[in-house]
Design a protein around this ligand. Structure first.
Ligand SMILES: Nc1nc2c(c(=O)[nH]1)N[C@H]1C(S)=C(S)[C@@H](COP(=O)(O)OP(=O)(O)OC[C@H]3O[C@@H](n4cnc5c(=O)[nH]c(N)nc54)[C@H](O)[C@@H]3O)O[C@H]1N2
Ligand SMILES: Nc1nc2c(c(=O)[nH]1)N[C@H]1C(S)=C(S)[C@@H](COP(=O)(O)OP(=O)(O)OC[C@H]3O[C@@H](n4cnc5c(=O)[nH]c(N)nc54)[C@H](O)[C@@H]3O)O[C@H]1N2
Ligand SMILES: [Mo]
Length: 775
């Protein structure tokens, strides 16, 4: 029996539970004959049900048991081949697989140079800081080849990452060291949330967190009298306890609404002129645009009503109600994952500036607050462990979401952040820790793109569509099968991630796979530095330990930490970061923009001369708008029951499916017009592709909108066919593969236009989780 004096953690550890961590939270678990038993961290006020995907996933047949090589590649050697994703696989030994791959890497390096290898390898992989697949693959390619073509920015925030340095300063300062949940609970009068702050999203945090704090904070703010206004197409984007007013608008029209709110403030003299004068640059140019002096069109409420579908009176009333209040303007990542995604980011900042609250506690601009669990918190006072990736001698890169463009147009020109660049000629693509068949748009085009390379190498723990399209598939362990260190820069706990189970089949750690390859390529010691995995953990831990010791905090040696299972990390004060300091003294604490101020007009951006991203925030009508053949807007947002595509075969994710398919939601009126009933299976389609999904009718979905989360594994009815129907519900067969603009070239996967119909045919089986045929 546990003694009552035990910390709950200690009691749990004594019962055979071991500490571990994941992007969906810290937990303890133990292996039993009946399977894995998982318990969330006892200190977590709002534990995450996504943890429930682990038990069924651990030994699921979707796991990859042994190295495999695609038959066509094995028989005919490297080269472009449209059999990828259609061919059989031949099981091979590890020795054979590593020998083949070491030979192919050397061939490509010697014949074409490291600049012909794409090692961007975008993806979330797993939470441990050492077995971090992306760091491992980059370190390996740097060591073995001298470098690789990388990718920059993210699918999360492709547009924001590029525009924010021009207009506000450091992106991390804005997202990770700014307005916190604590400040909101205590100070905000109004939270105006564009795209909301759904609790399902903040349940996830890269590197893992021990406490999910969002739910309590919104409750406390509301109890104090804070008003929440949700702007967006789905009522569920703010939790019930926020008690939010729901302002439903047409997707991708927020910039027009923000302009009209600002217009009303200016027209009625309610904007904060003193703030604009002291802290911003370029307001007069923008004001000419806002009032219509420069283009003849005032961006007033009547104008915006026609674009957004929100009544003019409602816009005016909202604007008036904001003036003089401690307002926090929140803009979700989702808004910038769309055509002209730079504009809502820029206009959100401009609206917040006009309200004059930037830099005050609980006020100003909370870009992406609530999107991920590590935003809106205090920063740790000590660095967390990270693996060095070495030096990449290849300067070439692509904006991450331009992967298909790159593979389909070697040498082709494109614009990015003021430059004209050219796509490299890629022969070999190496992926470890990501799933392009989850994250990329227009999957039928991606299939074509992957058919152009000589060789596609994938390390995976399960048979994702990406693994199925590879030439060489190397099975890796999942996090539960190895030791690691779990930590995030904004969570006060370092976690000793203990091994909970033996590797599945012949799976190996990414590190061991790369160490074996490095040895065969004559660079073994340079890659491993002579360390075992355990020795690496001790080595990486030391940096954090030394930093703790330096500030006089408890700094146990590795063994003690490892037995203890967790180590508290001190945090920096909740001081509002650079924006607070800037407000207090804009001369001493200049922002890192060219002017040192918030740039409402940017000379730099104007000089780039892009029609799709002018020198100040502007309403730019999107190309992809509802029309006769595609009258509905698809919102392809983040899934509640898993992280992206990870462990879609796990219990919690599977429980959320309907007749085995992902569930879409639509308004009852749109359904009735198409003879669709709750619980039917529907076909969603447009000129790029089609997929099936179960359907739920929901009045919390704006009319004209269909919501289908990402993450159902791509499952073509007939892989031999081009544009085959995805029978499972992956929305990326429908989305468009175009950049946000010539400025950022970010991902635009959140929205597209579609039609839907009831599916009355025989329901094709779900095959995505069955291992492919082995020869
Ligand atoms: N339409 C549309 N598309 C989107 C989005 C959207 O809003 N709409 N959102 C985008 C966003 S924000 C993101 S971040 C991306 C996410 O895209 P990804 O990060 O690519 O998605 P994940 O499913 O997390 O892929 C991680 C993969 O790593 C594997 N993995 C886990 N652990 C390990 C490991 O230790 N080693 C190796 N080798 N592999 C491992 C998992 O099995 C999984 O297949 O998707 C983007 N795509
Ligand atoms: N459970 C879970 N949580 C996650 C993830 C996950 O896979 N699962 N992924 C994580 C990752 S990597 C990221 S980057 C973040 C992403 O964070 P976000 O991009 O913010 O998350 P989404 O759920 O894609 O979108 C949030 C909401 O924005 C709304 N929206 C879409 N278009 C518009 C629009 O034009 N205007 C307005 N006003 N609203 C719009 C949609 O209704 C949608 O539900 O989420 C993280 N959190
Ligand atoms: Mo993301």
């Amino acid at each position: 029996m546990p003694q009552t004096t035990d910390r709950p953690e200690e009691a749990a550890l004594r019962d055979g539970f071991r500490q571990h961590s994941s992007h969906w939270g810290v937990f303890t678990a133990r292996m039993r004959p009946e399977g894995l038993e998982v318990r969330p961290h006892p200190g977590d006020p709002d534990p995450n049900a996504i943890l429930e995907n682990f038990p069924a996933a651990l030994r699921h047949e979707a796991r990859i048991a042994q190295p495999m090589v695609r038959r066509g590649w094995l028989e005919r050697g490297p080269g472009p081949d449209d059999r990828r994703g259609r061919d059989e696989f031949v099981p091979v030994s590890w020795d054979k697989a590593l020998e083949l791959l070491a030979g192919e890497l050397s061939r490509v390096r010697d014949r074409h140079g490291a600049g012909a290898v794409f090692g961007g390898s975008y993806g979330w992989a797993s939470a441990g800081r050492f077995h971090h697949a992306q760091s491992q693959v980059h370190r390996f390619l740097n060591t073995a080849l001298g470098g690789y073509v990388r990718s920059v920015n993210s699918y999360s925030s492709g547009a924001a990452t590029v525009i924010v340095p021009h207009i506000l300063g450091d992106y991390e300062d804005l997202t990770k060291h700014n307005v916190t949940w604590e400040q909101m609970a205590e100070h905000s009068d109004v939270v105006l949330a564009f795209g909301g702050m759904a609790l399902k999203n903040s349940m996830v945090a890269g590197g893992g967190i021990s406490q999910h704090v969002e739910r309590g904070a919104m409750e406390r703010a509301r109890a104090r009298g804070c008003r929440f206004v949700l702007v967006g197409p789905l009522r569920s984007d703010l939790p019930e306890e926020a008690g939010a007013e729901w302002l439903s608008l047409r997707p991708n029209t927020d910039t027009a609404l923000m302009l009209a709110l600002t217009h009303t403030l200016v027209a009625e003299g309610l904007h904060d002129r003193a703030f604009l004068d002291r802290y911003t640059t370029g307001w007069p140019v923008f004001e000419d645009y806002l009032t219509g002096r420069s283009d003849g069109q005032p961006k007033d409420a009547a104008w915006a009503a026609g674009i957004t579908g929100v009544a003019a009176e409602e816009i005016v009333a909202l604007a008036r109600s904001l003036a003089g209040k401690r307002v926090l303007v929140v803009v979700a990542h989702a808004l910038q994952r769309a055509e002209h995604g730079e504009q809502p980011v820029w206009m959100g900042m401009t609206l917040a500036a006009a309200l004059g609250q930037i830099g005050l506690p609980g006020g100003g601009y909370g870009y992406a607050l609530g999107a991920i669990g590590y935003y809106g918190r205090r920063y740790n006072a000590v660095p967390v462990p990270t693996l060095s990736q070495g030096r990449n001698k290849i300067a070439d890169f692509i904006p991450v979401a331009r992967i298909s463009d790159m593979l389909l147009n070697p040498g082709g020109a494109y614009r990015y952040n003021g430059q004209t660049r050219h796509y490299p000629d890629i022969k070999l693509v190496y992926w470890a820790g990501g799933n392009p068949f989850h994250h990329h748009q227009d999957l039928n085009r991606l299939r074509q793109a992957f058919s152009r390379v000589d060789t596609l190498v994938v390390h995976e723990l399960a048979w994702t569509a990406t693994a199925r399209h590879a030439d060489i598939v190397l099975p890796c362990t999942m996090t539960l099968e190895r030791e690691d260190l779990g930590a995030s820069s904004n969570d006060p706990l370092l976690v000793a991630m203990h091994k909970l189970a033996e590797p599945y089949g012949q799976a190996r750690d990414d590190y061991d796979i790369f160490a074996g390859l490095a040895e065969r390529m004559g660079v073994g010691p340079a890659f491993t530095e002579g360390r075992t995995s355990r020795q690496w953990l001790e080595h990486l831990y030391e940096r954090t330990r030394a930093a703790l010791e330096a500030i006089g905090a408890p700094a146990p040696g590795f063994e003690e930490f490892w037995q203890q299972g967790t180590l508290p990390l001190p945090q920096a004060p909740d001081d509002g970061g650079k924006l607070r300091a800037f407000r207090e003294d804009p001369e001493a604490n200049r922002l890192s923009t060219p002017s040192g101020r918030l740039e409402i007009y940017s000379e730099t951006v104007a000089r780039f001369g892009e029609a799709d991203c002018p020198g100040h925030p502007a309403w730019l009508p999107p190309e992809d708008v509802p029309r006769a053949e595609a009258p509905l807007v698809l919102v392809a947002n983040q899934p509640a029951t898993r992280l992206h595509s990870q462990l879609d075969f796990g219990g919690h994710s599977q429980d959320s499916k309907h007749r085995g398919r992902e569930v879409a939601r639509m308004h009852p009126a749109d359904a009735a017009a198409r003879g669709i009933q709750d619980g039917d299976v529907i076909r969603l389609f447009n000129e790029r592709g089609a997929c099936l999904a179960g359907v739920r009718l929901d009045e919390g979905v704006r009319q004209g909108v269909v919501q289908l989360a990402t993450g159902a594994w791509y499952d073509p009815a007939d892989p031999e066919e081009d544009k085959s129907l995805c029978v499972h519900g992956n929305p990326n067969v429908l989305t468009r593969d175009v950049g946000t603009s010539n400025l950022a070239q970010g991902c635009t996967g959140q929205l597209t236009t579609i039609e839907v119909e009831r599916f009355d045919g025989n329901l094709p089986p779900i095959q995505a989780f069955r291992p492919p045929q082995a020869a």
